[in-house]
Design a protein around this ligand. Structure first.
Ligand code: MN3
Length: 215
């Protein structure tokens, strides 16, 4: 019908809580089983549930052509959708020590880290310093800029996903208190120091290769 154009937004399929690629106790002693269970089954699951609720509301608002409601849903979509995306990356960014955790092998990513930051140690220092300084809750990230063709360390508040900064996420570290408080209490720098022992560099390297191939 002429003049009756419908405002369409594609509503993605609903989010699903992914299984962890290892057992809940597999990252001990760096991250306890208790933290991993709560973090995955309660926190990540809540982001999934609330993201899907917001998607239902979006679909409904879209059907009704309710633009105000569509706009009003943005914070819930960003927060819960970001929470789901960030945690889905985080779990795969970690690996038990006996499954390669903490080992960055020779290759393109190691070379690029050394070129950009001087050495792996310097990279880790800068990452930890910036991430420790996040006020309140948030994430520390190593991201790749397609535009500038390089690696960047940055942080995001709350559950903002890295895409907001136009970077492709390679490695994200969750510094919400729920990620470490039961074990490290208020000592966020101790958690950040310990976590390098269980970083799944193979996964970070794969993400880097995929990002390069997008160019
Ligand atoms: Mn978390």
């Amino acid at each position: 019908m002429a003049g009756a154009e419908k405002f369409e937004i594609n509503v993605p399929n609903r989010a699903i809580l992914p299984d962890l690629p290892y057992d809940y106790n597999a990252l001990e002693p760096v991250i306890s089983k208790e933290i991993m269970e709560l973090h995955h089954k309660k926190h990540h699951n809540a982001y999934v549930t609330k993201f899907n609720e917001a998607l239902d509301q979006l679909e409904d608002a879209q059907a009704k052509g309710d633009f105000q409601k569509i706009i009003q849903l943005e914070p819930a979509l960003r927060f819960n959708g970001g929470g789901h995306l960030n945690h889905s990356i985080f779990w795969t960014n970690l690996a038990p020590r006996d499954k390669g955790g903490g080992q960055l092998k020779e290759g393109a990513l190691k070379k690029e880290i050394e070129k950009t930051f001087g050495s792996l140690e310097k990279f880790q220092d800068e990452f930890n310093t910036k991430t420790a300084l996040i006020q309140g809750s948030g994430w520390g990230w190593l991201g790749y800029s397609q535009k500038r063709k390089g690696l960047y360390i940055t942080t995001c508040p709350n559950q903002d996903p890295l895409v907001i900064k136009n970077l492709i996420p390679l490695l994200g570290i969750d510094v919400w208190e729920h990620a470490y408080y039961l074990q490290y209490k208020n000592m966020r720098p101790d958690y950040l120091k310990a976590i390098w022992d269980i970083v799944n560099w193979e996964n970070v390297q794969e993400r880097y290769q995929q990002a390069l191939e997008l160019n």
